[in-house]
Design a protein around this ligand. Structure first.
Ligand code: HEC
Ligand code: HEC
Ligand code: HEC
Ligand code: HEC
Ligand code: HEC
Ligand code: HEC
Ligand code: HEC
Ligand code: HEC
Ligand code: HEC
Ligand code: HEC
Length: 293
């Protein structure tokens, strides 16, 4: 190679030769070395990014940087931005590269998001060189999410569940993986607003509200899956008794003495609070103050 030959040249020619060599080497573009036989790399031509900057080596520069040192001595110097496997750049360097173009819209709240703080990078989920970026498809995305979120994965198969495994609802219907303004990177500002996008009938306004329903659906429901029916956090009456220790009628079958010989309340023994208080989310009936109708 010209670079090595210059070492053995006469001193007075060395500078001139080195200069020529640098020009020659600088002209070696990404695709000269990352040639056609590197099929996985070239698959990028079939993606939206493949046509950036008119295709060719300038395309590569958009994400990997100009990488002048790498072009000079590729086996020693990493490109400016590498996503690995050899010389992975720090997550913030990789993310900055993508965010030069993607810092608005869905990606606006990336900075400060839980995923950003956990040192994920865009390529933790996205595959830039593949023609089919699997995370953009709702069904194949679920596997990518649950590979890390294993507890959520197990919740998806509980007896009561949002039909995510069935493909009728998806993680990204409720969450923006790039961050959000509300809790748990939800697409809406609150849990309730998120639920109302699909369960509009629970929004009210009701003549008789049940305060916890108006406040936070998650006080009684688990979002992903539950062993109890209707995604409930626990079963009635235990569910209700978390808050209703005393009521117009006792909320427990026996008095506080807890003696089985005490007289059981006929309203409660063996009965479900819901068999009378059926309008648990709120009632519009004129005499529905007790949520019974
Ligand atoms: C002189 C030939 C040559 C040129 C020019 C070249 N590369 Fe490389 N590149 C290589 C070689 C060889 C490797 C493998 C290095 C290794 O694994 O030791 C490599 C590795 C890489 C890697 C993988 C890094 C990693 O961490 O695994 C990326 C990304 C890369 N090059 C991008 C580019 C880009 C972008 C350009 C153009 C700006 C470019 N290369 C120009 C030869 C070249
Ligand atoms: C849209 C941004 C983007 C563009 C444009 C881009 N890359 Fe990449 N490149 C990545 C990401 C991200 C990875 C990590 C693997 C993945 O996600 O597909 C990567 C991985 C690589 C690797 C390492 C792959 C390995 O497994 O060894 C090489 C080499 C590489 N790119 C070269 C290039 C070349 C050459 C071009 C121009 C034809 C280019 N890249 C264009 C984002 C990009
Ligand atoms: C030079 C600007 C630029 C850079 C850098 C860039 N992108 Fe893009 N990207 C675009 C454009 C333009 C589009 C097509 C229009 C759009 O969807 O915004 C696009 C589209 C996408 C899409 C949607 C693809 C589809 O098929 O609909 C994803 C996902 C994406 N980019 C991820 C990335 C990731 C990850 C990186 C960093 C590894 C990256 N981009 C770097 C410009 C860029
Ligand atoms: C936790 C996984 C994950 C991470 C990390 C992630 N994304 Fe995404 N991204 C997705 C999913 C899922 C979609 C498709 C659903 C959607 O639109 O939100 C998507 C969609 C996109 C799109 C196309 C839709 C649009 O907004 O136009 C772009 C562009 C994009 N991501 C860029 C990025 C960039 C840039 C980063 C890093 C700053 C990043 N993503 C990090 C999962 C992720
Ligand atoms: C590479 C691993 C990884 C992948 C892939 C991943 N996550 Fe995460 N995610 C994490 C980590 C780590 C946390 C923080 C700890 C936790 O809450 O489990 C997190 C947190 C979250 C949170 C809570 C955010 C908050 O603000 O409290 C949500 C929601 C989430 N991820 C959804 C998703 C979705 C949806 C996908 C798929 C599009 C996904 N994640 C893919 C690692 C990952
Ligand atoms: C029907 C809407 C919905 C769907 C679909 C959904 N989530 Fe959630 N998720 C929520 C809500 C709501 C919360 C917050 C609960 C709270 O704050 O009490 C949450 C919380 C989380 C959290 C943080 C708290 C925790 O439980 O660890 C993670 C991580 C998460 N979801 C991941 C996922 C993944 C992965 C998927 C897809 C397999 C998914 N979610 C599907 C609504 C949903
Ligand atoms: C993207 C739409 C969507 C969002 C958002 C959503 N759900 Fe659902 N939910 C569904 C679908 C679809 C079903 C299944 C309905 C069916 O099978 O008839 C369902 C069913 C349910 C069920 C009944 C489960 C069972 O086992 O019978 C409950 C309870 C529920 N959702 C509560 C919530 C709560 C609480 C929220 C907010 C955290 C929420 N949903 C957000 C779509 C959604
Ligand atoms: C005080 C506890 C509680 C709160 C808070 C609550 N729910 Fe429920 N929810 C229940 C109970 C109990 C059931 C089962 C009703 C039955 O089996 O008759 C249920 C059932 C459901 C169902 C399935 C049956 C149906 O009526 O469609 C959906 C959907 C639902 N709730 C959505 C929500 C939404 C959305 C919110 C927030 C606005 C919410 N729930 C808040 C207790 C609650
Ligand atoms: C997270 C706490 C919480 C849970 C769980 C809860 N409630 Fe309530 N409930 C309240 C609050 C707060 C009020 C309003 C009390 C008031 O206005 O004095 C209320 C009001 C009521 C009322 C109307 C009483 C009145 O004085 O107007 C009934 C009936 C009722 N709840 C039944 C139930 C039933 C049945 C369950 C179980 C399915 C349940 N609640 C679960 C907090 C809760
Ligand atoms: C057999 C029917 C029945 C069952 C079962 C039942 N209730 Fe009631 N509950 C009533 C009636 C009737 C009222 C009074 C309604 C009225 O005045 O309009 C009432 C009133 C209430 C009130 C309002 C009390 C007050 O002090 O103003 C609460 C709270 C309540 N019930 C909670 C519960 C809880 C929690 C359970 C389950 C542990 C339960 N109920 C089971 C019929 C029932």
């Amino acid at each position: 190679m010209a670079g090595y030959r210059s070492k053995f040249s006469h001193l007075c020619c060395a500078i001139a030769l080195a200069a020529t060599a640098m020009v020659a080497q600088a002209e070696r573009q990404c695709l000269d070395c990352h040639a056609d036989d590197d099929a996985p790399i070239h698959a990028i031509a079939g993606t939206v990014h493949g046509s950036l900057a008119g295709g060719g080596s300038e395309t590569c520069v958009a994400c990997h940087g100009a990488s002048l040192e790498h072009k000079k001595k590729a086996t020693k110097n990493p490109p400016d931005v590498s996503f690995g496997p050899e010389w992975p750049s720090a997550p913030e360097v990789r993310n900055a590269s993508c965010q030069t173009c993607h810092d608005t819209g869905e990606q606006l709240l990336w900075a400060g998001s839980e995923h950003q703080q956990e040192n994920l990078s865009c390529d933790s989920c996205h595959n830039a060189h593949q023609q089919k970026d699997l995370v953009l498809n709702k069904q194949t995305a679920e596997k990518i999410c649950t590979d890390c979120h294993t507890r959520v994965r197990s919740e998806l198969h509980l007896p009561s569940r949002h039909p995510i495994a069935e493909g009728k609802t998806a993680c990204t219907d409720c969450h923006n993986p790039h961050g959000g303004t509300g809790p748990a990177a939800l697409r809406e500002v609150s849990v309730n607003d998120n639920c109302f996008t699909c369960h509009a009938d629970k929004r009210g306004p009701f003549l008789w509200e049940h305060p916890p329903a108006a406040e936070d659906c998650a006080l009684c429901h688990k979002p992903h899956g539950s062993v109890n029916k209707s995604l409930l956090t626990s079963r009635s009456p235990a569910l209700c008794q978390q808050c209703h220790a005393t009521a117009f009628h006792p909320s427990q079958p026996y008095g506080s003495e807890g003696l089985p010989s005490g007289s059981a309340n006929r309203n409660l023994l063996g009965k479900d609070c819901l068999s009378c208080h059926s309008q648990i989310h709120g009632s519009n009936h004129p005499s529905g103050a007790r949520l019974t109708r």
